[in-house]
Every structure is written in structure tokens, then in C-alpha cells.
Write a new protein. Structure first.
Length: 757
């Protein structure tokens, strides 16, 4: 969804009758659906009927092409045309959309019920509430969390940006402004026509207009500090040329306006702009445009720029210190300016916060003493100063071969610099033996580990983490207070509690198998302390790869992992409970039988199936007793659900369970369990199923002939389904020598095997 500005337009032409009818039908359907949604709860027949009609109408009007509607305060335009005689529903819908600042909408198809009910639900909310939530544009975007990509593709909304509209009206003709901005962004300011030059000169001479102009410029370049500085350079150079013929007083006033404008820049943009002083690109008529403006910045302007940057960034950055040093080169003047900034901030709301003393202490130190002398040798600094004074484009120098340039660039690209950072930290961690200094280095290493996991540098993060973890004492040996071992334990605890794990797990969504192995190694290196974090991720994560990796890691932690899984059993999300049952199955053993007993009676069939699989995998008498107890004492509904899961088993490990159920449950009261166990044996097959099926075939009670016949028929059918030679022999022996009921059941299955009627 995008924001739009509105300009004065000529009177629209009239729509043709067919398209006017489409607009009227849509307005009626949308208004009726909006009223229904406002009057009735979701799911009410009136709502469903109105939305269904709206979907049908939207599908009809978009059958040939997209349906593009412009919203005016009291009317609607279709493809910029208005109906000759608008229906009452048209202004009604226009007022509803306009009060939510919707300037237009585009229907690409008919949409679905969920899409329209979401939009209509937003329209029924008070406009003030929508604006407090970020506006209709924000709520309909991916950041609003209410719509998905398909819904936004179906209905595109455009919001009126009144702030930008008023800004354009204050600055002048929109077309002229667009030309000015395009020329400034591209650097082709010589192509400005006379009207654009006059407009730009008028803006520069008016401080209020210049402030609006600077705001619009910042929005157009986005967050790119380098592009912003480049555009400002073109503006300052153009301004210097435009003001060249002015008298001294008006020119000085206009330059002061430009200097005041620079106080609103970010520290990074200001530093980038100041680096361009003295370059050929900054020269205008023999004058340095950047120098001419920045030297007119008053002390109060510089103090405002510095204090605003500290408030925004919650501290002073090296880019701010660089810009400050360039604006105030004299050390004594800088110290006085820092004192002024401190007094200003102390009186501000930011100065009343608890964190201000620490923030200001660090900022004051950096701003007062920032210098590159500790990084740059004196002779090299002289060469840099000499090079800065040369009017030579570095890109045009070709005295180095391409392979040498490529090799050099490879040593200063982002991966190379990150590698150097990691190697430096590794060396410092290995060489430092003072515990407190080692602690400070470890804190920096932990910050790098968090940054590396966020950016995908898992291999380097693991290297740093291994070095820190190596200093931890063994589990049996407690660490001494204020020792490297104790500080290493504290560092690992901070990593466990921080965002490292979530950053690493997020890489799994788009990573390969190498990423999976690195994440697993990271988890095991951090140790069992991350079990709770992994359990929380497992409870909320929907990505299959992430869930699978977390399960593997939890299983690898053994008992600690099992304890964390127990906390997932009561989750309201059935998928989480299913995962808990799966993990208990993976852990193995009979320690989790009580939890599995609880899951066997879960209302979700997939959870029951996972719990049944876990019982089968445990494979001992106690597990079978638990299942038999649930089958014997549970309700008929629970028993039916469990038997359905039992008959769906295809694992040979289910054979001992079925044998146990056939021999330990009372057939007189639980014949349905016996039938399910016999059918499962027939489906699983294998040599081990023949003996229990033979016993079931010959088993009978003369006082219950119907139940006996049904069980024998089921057993004979299961023997046939195994397709085992031994099972077929059992059927032949039963048909020849068994009792009358046994012979009848066996002969029927033999007839099917041999194709006899």
C-alpha cells in the first residue's frame, strides 16, 4: 500500500453508462457490506450474504481489467472519470473511505471473504483509532500484521498524505519541484530551466520553505546517508551559483538559512558532506560551496546539531565526533562547545533520564579528545593531507593493474574486515591473563558473536564462542571468584539470555545443511542453559526446518531437554503438544510415560497418534500397561480415537504391544480392542505376527458365539493379509483340523486367496 498526494485536477469527464453501472454496483455492494459488518458479529448470515454479494460484484467489475477508483471527499472516480448522475451509494462510500484518508483503491480481482471482512473491519473502526494505530496505510501493509501478500495483491489501497500535500502547496508548483529534486538527485543542475532556478532561489531565501524543502529531500533519498550528502552538495553548489549576483546582505542571509538547514542532518550525513570540502565537486565559481556554508554555522547551530544527534543515537558516534572535529577544528573551542552541549542536554527531558550521566560521560570523552592520531602515522597523515588537496579523481588513476587492485580490495571488503576483527579478538583472548581485562575483551567478543549470528557469520561466531567457552571450568570444579573462568561463565550466560540463539535459528529458514550443522554446534557449545529458549522457540515457531533442528538439539541434551519438553504439554496449540509427544518418543525410555498417558487422551487426533507412536517405541511392559489402562478405563470416545490410531500403526515395534493387548485385556468387555490389535497385526505383517494371530484364531468362548465368530473372522482375515507362507499354512491347518467355527473362518479366507467363490 502506498501514500499519495493530491493536486488540483480539472473537472472530470463523464463515465460511459456501462462503467458507471459498474461503479454504482460496487458502491452499493461495498456500502451494504460495511453496514452489515458494523451491525452484526462475524459469522452472522447477514454479514456472509453481504460479503458474498460484494465478492461477486468485485469479480464482475474486474473481469476485463483492474478496477481503479479515486476517492474524493464527496464522490468517486473510475479511471479518473465520474458518473454523470451518481447513485446515492457513491457519495456514501466516498465519505466512508475519505474519513479514513483513503485516496484511492485498485481491485485486481474479486478477492475472498477474509480479505473483504478484514478491510470492512478496518473501515468500521473510528478514524481516530486507525490513525493512532499508524493509519490505514500501515495497517494494510505487511507491517500491520493484518493482511498477507495475496490479500494486498487483490486490493491495493492508497492513502492521502496530507502532510506532503501541504508541503508541496507551500513550496510551489509540484511539477517544478519534481524537476528540481530530479536534477539535484542526478547532479545535472545545469539543466534547470529559469522557472526552476527562480523557485529554488526563492526557497533558499525563505527559511521556512527551506526547512520544508530539506524535509522533502530527506524523504526522497531515504536512509542513504551518502546519497543524501551527494544531493546536499549539489544543492549547496547550485545555491552558491544562484546567489552569486545578490548583494552582500541578502546573500549572507540566504547562506545563513542553508547553514541552519544543516543542523537537522544526521551525524553520518554531515560527516560525509564535510569530507567533500575542497573537492572539485564542491567548487562553484572558484568557491568551495560546502566550506562557504559550514563556516557560517553559528556556535548555537553546531551545539544544536551535536545535542540532537546524541539524543537520536542515545550517545555520540565516531561519525559525530568526526563531523564535530571538522566543524570546530580548534581543540579549546571544541571543549567549550562540548560544555555548552552538556548544559543544553542536562536541561532537556533526555537529561532527566537515568541513563544520561553514563551516556554523556562517554560522549564528552569522545567529542573532546577524538583524533585519528592513534590510528594514522604522522608521515601517512601528511600524505593524506597532501592527497586531499589534489584535484585528481582517484577512479581515473590507472597506474595499478586490475589484478593488484582486485587483490587489495579483497583485503578491505566486509568479510575481510570481519575476519580481522575476529582474529584480533582471538589473539587478545589468548594473550590476556588479567581476569578483569579478559572480561572486558570477552564482553566485546560477545557483542561480535551477536552481530555475527545476526549477519550470518556463524562460522566466525563459533570460533569466538569456542575460545570463550574453553576458559570455563569443568562442571565438577567450581570457578574462583573474579577469575577468568568465572567471567567466562558469566559471558556464556549473557549469550544464552541474549538474542544470539534467536538470530542463529532465524538463519535456518534460508540456510543450507552447513548452516544447520553450524547452528547445532552453536547450541551444544552454549550448553544446556539454552534449553528453555529452545523450548520457547519450539512453542511458537512455524518453520519446519527450524522446528526439526530445535528438536534434534533438545534430544541431544538428554534429561535437561526432557524437562523443558514437559512444559510444552499443556500448550493450547495442538502442534506444540504433538511436538512434545514426538520429543518424548525421541528421548526414549519410560521416564515420560506419565506425560504420554496424558497425551493419549488429547482431543487432537494427531497428538494422540504421536503419543501412540511414543508408547510403541518405548516397547516395555510398563508402557503397555499404561496404554491398556487407558483403553480399559477411558470413555468410549477416547477408546475409539485410540484404537483408530492403533490401527494406523505400520511399525513392527507395534507387534509386542498388540500381543500384550490380546493376552491381558478381557475380551468380554473390550472386544473392540482385540479387533483393533488383530487388524494392526495383519497390516504390519512379518513372522512375529503369525503366532499371536494363530492364537486369536483358535481362541473362543462357547457362551459368546457371535463375538467369537467375529474375532475368528478378523484373525483369519489378518492372517491372509500378512501374505506370509507361515500364515497361509496356519489357515490350511485350521481349515483341515480346527473346530467348526475355526474351519469356517479359515476356509472363507482360503477361498479368497485361491479365487474360489
Amino acid at each position: 500500500m502506498t501514500a499519495i498526494t493530491m493536486t488540483d485536477a480539472p473537472a472530470p469527464e463523464a463515465l460511459d453508462p456501462q462503467r458507471a453501472a459498474h461503479l454504482t454496483d460496487f458502491a452499493r455492494g461495498c456500502s451494504a457490506a460495511a453496514r452489515a459488518v458494523a451491525l452484526y458479529p462475524a459469522g452472522h448470515p447477514a454479514v456472509e450474504t453481504a460479503v458474498a454479494r460484494l465478492i461477486e460484484t468485485a469479480g464482475r467489475v474486474t473481469s476485463a481489467d483492474a478496477f481503479r477508483v479515486t476517492v474524493l471527499p464527496h464522490g468517486l472516480l473510475l479511471d479518473s472519470l465520474a458518473p454523470a448522475q451518481p447513485d446515492q451509494a457513491v457519495p456514501e462510500l466516498a465519505r466512508l473511505l475519505h474519513q479514513h484518508l483513503i485516496g484511492g483503491l485498485v481491485l485486481h480481482d474479486g478477492g475472498d471473504a477474509t480479505t473483504w471482512q478484514t478491510l470492512l473491519g478496518l473501515l468500521r473502526r473510528p478514524p481516530e483509532e486507525i490513525r493512532e494505530a499508524g493509519g490505514i496505510s500501515h495497517l494494510w501493509s505487511d507491517k500491520g500484521g493484518l493482511t498477507n501478500e495475496d490479500q494486498r495483491r487483490s486490493i491495493e489501497l492508497r492513502e492521502v498524505d496530507y502532510e506532503r500535500l501541504l508541503r508541496h502547496r507551500a513550496l510551489g508548483d509540484p511539477a517544478t519541484l519534481d524537476q528540481i529534486f530530479q536534477m539535484l538527485l542526478s547532479g545535472q543542475t545545469d539543466d534547470l530551466d529559469q522557472t526552476a532556478r527562480s523557485t529554488l532561489a526563492e526557497i533558499i531565501r525563505d527559511p521556512a520553505k527551506l526547512e520544508l524543502f530539506a524535509t522533502e529531500m530527506a524523504e526522497r533519498v531515504g536512509g542513504d546517508a551518502r546519497a543524501h550528502a551527494e544531493t546536499l552538495l549539489h544543492l549547496l553548489r547550485s545555491a552558491t551559483e544562484l546567489l552569486a549576483d545578490d548583494e552582500n546582505a541578502p546573500r549572507d542571509e540566504a547562506v545563513a538559512n542553508l547553514a541552519k538547514m544543516l543542523t537537522g542532518l544526521t551525524a553520518e550525513t554531515m560527516a560525509d558532506l564535510l569530507r567533500r570540502r575542497g573537492t572539485p565537486a564542491a567548487m562553484a565559481g572558484g568557491r568551495d560551496a560546502v566550506q562557504a556554508v559550514t563556516e557560517r554555522m553559528a556556535s548555537e547551530d553546531v551545539a544544536t546539531f551535536v545535542s540532537d544527534s546524541i539524543v537520536v543515537e542515545h550517545g555520540a558516534s565516531h561519525r559525530l565526533a568526526e563531523a564535530f572535529q571538522a566543524l570546530v577544528p580548534d581543540l579549546d573551542d571544541r571543549r567549550q562547545m562540548v560544555s555548552l552541549v552538556g548544559q543544553t542536554l542536562a536541561k532537556s527531558p533526555f537529561g532527566q533520564t537515568d541513563a544520561f550521566p553514563d551516556i554523556w560521560k562517554r560522549a564528552e570523552t569522545l567529542l573532546s579528545s577524538y583524533s585519528d592520531e592513534q590510528y594514522v602515522h604522522e608521515q601517512y597523515a601528511q600524505e593524506l593531507n597532501f592527497a586531499r588537496a589534489q584535484a585528481t579523481e582517484v577512479e581515473d588513476i590507472s597506474d595499478d593493474p586490475e589484478d593488484r587492485i582486485a587483490s587489495w580490495l579483497a583485503t578491505v571488503n566486509d568479510p575481510a574486515l570481519r575476519s580481522l576483527d575476529v582474529q584480533l579478538l582471538l589473539d587478545l583472548l589468548g594473550l590476556e591473563h588479567d581476569p578483569f581485562r579478559w572480561r572486558d575483551i570477552a564482553d566485546t567478543a560477545c557483542s561480535h558473536i551477536a552481530d555475527l549470528t545476526l549477519s550470518g557469520g556463524l562460522e566466525r561466531a563459533l570460533t569466538l564462542l569456542d575460545t570463550v567457552v574453553r576458559e570455563r571450568p569443568d562442571d565438577d570444579a567450581p570457578a574462583e571468584t573474579d577469575s577468568i573462568g568465572s567471567f567466562a561463565m558469566a559471558a556464556v550466560d549473557r549469550l544464552v539470555a541474549g538474542p544470539v540463539m534467536r538470530h542463529a535459528l532465524a538463519r535456518l529458514r534460508s540456510g543450507d545443511e552447513t548452516t544447520v550443522m553450524q547452528v547445532k554446534q552453536l547450541c551444544h557449545t552454549l550448553g544446556p542453559g539454552i534449553v528453555m529458549t529452545l523450548a520457547e522457540v519450539l512453542a511458537s515457531e512455524r518453520d519446519a526446518k527450524v522446528r526439526r533442528t530445535v528438536r534434534d538439539v533438545l534430544v541431544g541434551f538428554g534429561t535437561r531437554g526432557r524437562d523443558a519438553v514437559r512444559q510444552l504439554l499443556n500448550s493450547p496449540d495442538w502442534e506444540v503438544r504433538q511436538t512434545a509427544a514426538f520429543l518424548l518418543r525421541e528421548f526414549g525410555g519410560n521416564e515420560g510415560l506419565d506425560e504420554l498417558r496424558h497425551l493419549l487422551t488429547d482431543t487432537e487426533p494427531l497428538v494422540q497418534r504421536e503419543a501412540m507412536r511414543a508408547m510403541v517405541r518405548v516397547g516395555d511392559a510398563r508402557a503397555y500397561q499404561v496404554l491398556a489402562s487407558v483403553l480399559a478405563t477411558g470413555s468410549s470416545r477416547q477408546r475409539a480415537a485410540l484404537l483408530l490410531q492403533l490401527t494406523s500403526q505400520r511399525d513392527e515395534q507395534a507387534v509386542p504391544l498388540c500381543r500384550y493387548l490380546l493376552t491381558h485385556l478381557d475380551l468380554r468387555t473390550r472386544s473392540d480392542v482385540s479387533v483393533a490389535a488383530i487388524e494392526t497385526l495383519g497390516v504390519v505383517g512379518g513372522e512375529d505376527t503369525v503366532a499371536p494371530l494363530r492364537d486369536a484364531l483358535y481362541r473362543g468362548e462357547w457362551w459368546a458365539p457371535f463375538r467369537t465368530r467375529a474375532l475368528r473372522q478378523t484373525a483369519a482375515q489378518a492372517l491372509r493379509r500378512t501374505r506370509m507362507p507361515a500364515a497361509q499354512q496356519v489357515l490350511r491347518d485350521a481349515a483341515a483340523r480346527g473346530a467348526w467355527g475355526v474351519r469356517a473362518a479359515a476356509q472363507g479366507q482360503l477361498a479368497q486367496m485361491e479365487g474360489r467363490p
